[in-house]
Design a protein around this ligand. Structure first.
Ligand SMILES: [Zn+2]
Length: 158
């Protein structure tokens, strides 16, 4: 076999069987750290603002995707968001049936580029694109600085 031929049968390569331990730790980064501390300590959702472009990003980031400016300003995300996409899960991540279906959505906020994927705290038949929602946070003493500090998004009373 020459190097121009493609290998389609990996058993033909020299190999040995075994398991390789691979542990990963991902940090939340500078902007993520600020987001999660504000969520944990103040119950606030923050977006990063590009003052050059006037764009706000959620999740926050440290560079503008449009002009590559460093982002150091953070602003509060509007209290109310809108469901931009929704799905209903009937099985857990291991394939076991759920006792009650879970509703998940991509929630966007007016004037913010991006959004958050999270659980919707409503029955599947009420979960529709365009529904206005608000985050429901865990009590402050239970927050740990993770996305799960948001219990989910519930329908806004407006
Ligand atoms: Zn920019």
């Amino acid at each position: 076999m020459t190097f121009l031929e493609r290998t389609t049968d990996t058993r033909r390569l020299r190999h040995w069987e075994g398991n390789l331990e691979a542990d990963y730790i991902y940090t939340s980064g500078l902007a993520g750290e600020r987001f999660f501390v504000a969520l944990r300590d103040d119950g606030r959702l923050l977006a990063a603002r590009c003052t050059a472009c006037g764009l706000d990003y959620l999740p926050p980031r440290i560079f503008c995707e449009d002009c590559f400016a460093e982002l150091t300003d953070f602003v509060d995300v509007p209290k109310e968001g809108q469901v931009a996409a929704v799905t209903v899960a009937h099985m857990d991540r291991l394939g076991a049936p759920l006792a009650t279906p879970e509703v998940w959505a991509f929630v966007t906020f007016r004037g913010i580029r991006g959004g958050l994927v999270h659980r919707l705290l409503m029955p599947p038949e009420r979960a529709k694109v365009g529904v206005s929602v608000r985050p429901r946070l865990k009590p402050k003493k239970s927050r740990v600085g993770a996305i799960t500090d948001i219990e989910g998004f519930e329908q806004a009373r407006s």
